[in-house]
Ligand binder design. Sequence first.
Ligand code: KG4
Ligand code: ZN
Length: 348
Amino acid sequence: MKILAIETSCDETAVAVINVRGEHDIGIVSNVVSSQVKLHAKWGGVVPALAAREHAKNIEHVFETALKEAGITDIAKQIDLFAVTRGPGLGPSLLVGLTFARTLAWKWDKPLVGVDHLDGHIHANWLEPEKPLADIFPALNLVVSGGHTELILMRSHDDFKIVGETQDDAVGEAFDKVARLLGLGYPGGPAIAKLAQRGDPEKYPLPRPMLKGDNLDFSYSGLKTAVLYLIRDLNVKRMGAKMKADIAASFQNAAVDVLVRKTVRAAEHFGVKAILLSGGVSANASLRERLHAAAEELGTPFYKPQMKYTTDNAAMIAVAAYFIHKNETTAPSWKTVSMDANLRLGMH
Ligand code: KG4
Ligand code: ZN
């Protein structure tokens, strides 16, 4: 079956077509992402009103490009299902994608599945995986992005429970804010990761919040503030390249350390059969390596998305829609799919 999906929850306008021949045989037919990063970079972060306007401006073109790349000339015959991100995210941005998707489903008289953005990130693991995801449930997901830091217990493709989450900033947000303190621009994650390669991760001891007890929640605002104070206390007018690299490496070390330790704690507690990593921060090489090593030590299979599917895209939304649709008894209609900017996985 061929699924066309639309994603506009934040600052990427994305349309993809996938071809599902079976759970373990999912092909990407086209995957188009139009990024607004340059536009928002001058403001140091995503500006919601600007993001929605850009989505509205670009979606038609991104859609046409995805159809062309997929060789789709007859939607009625070649597409079986439409999918769209219905939340969480920026309300005005979500509405652009949702309205577009509802119009398509109405026009072509096809079912439309509304998808949780995080369900999409999790299912990015099913896109061209290194090894098949067989016998993985119950699985533990560490979902880390610009807006979310969550540990999610997954008992099946549509059974999610949030077992830990951030109490304040998301880890991706902390990467972005620390990058700004170091004058590295937006988005900060990739810039910090690159700089950290040349730095000493042990140089500056930074806090690892909420590690005591059996707590599975996270907190990243304290770590960000600790970096702010560190820079102030070092009392240097202009930070040299080496000092910046050491700060980046020490910050990344502390941030990743907490993610890995909490994931291990949760995996042991729930006795899971697999650990899955996902979300934009899953592009971080140090996190990928360290979580892999920790899972190996536990003897638990570890899965991570291909690098190209770590950040926002519509192919992951299409895969999640496939699994939702497979378990549904009635065909989902454009009439009932609604936007929810505060959607929480497992609560709808
Ligand atoms: O999932 P995503 O593309 O968008 C949201 O749903 O939020 O995640 C974007 C976040 C940003 O905060 C970005 O700085 C972070 O992912 N990120 C990284 C890396 N690449 C992207 N963080 C750390 N290391 C990276 N290599
Ligand atoms: Zn995302």
